[in-house]
Unconditional design. Structure first.
Length: 122
């Protein structure tokens, strides 16, 4: 079992469920990401420590996360999917289907929204 250090990613995490739009490729409709999600993914990549990028964790893992929102009105569950997708984008994890357990905490910090997470290989 390997446990990685806590990582902090600054910024308000967008809710993935609310940030999709219909886009057209060669005249066919498809689902595309809103700019807020694209920007967050890019910021996540640069704030994610280089040591965490390209880990490609490919074993069952436990995911611990604290999400600091600017207000209580945000949904914790929508943030989880965004973060797991970002971890795939940075190649920290190979696939989010290896996530066996999530320990999540919703917090409020109006001045400094962020996420803090760690991964424990099982």
């Amino acid at each position: 079992m390997k446990e990685y250090d806590w990582v902090t990613i600054p910024g308000q995490i967008p809710a993935k469920a609310n940030n999709y739009k219909i886009v057209y490729y060669n005249g066919h409709p498809s689902i595309g990401k809103e700019d807020a999600v694209k920007k967050y993914e890019t910021a996540f990549y640069w704030y994610c420590p280089a040591a965490m990028r390209n880990l490609e964790v490919n074993v069952p893992f436990e995911f611990h996360i604290r999400v600091y929102f600017t207000s209580v009105s945000h949904d914790l569950d929508n943030a989880l999917k965004t973060v797991l997708d970002c971890l795939q984008y940075t190649k920290t994890i190979k696939n989010d289907n290896k996530c066996a357990k999530i320990v999540a905490e919703k917090c409020v910090d109006r001045e400094s929204p962020r996420i803090e997470f760690k991964i424990i290989e099982l």
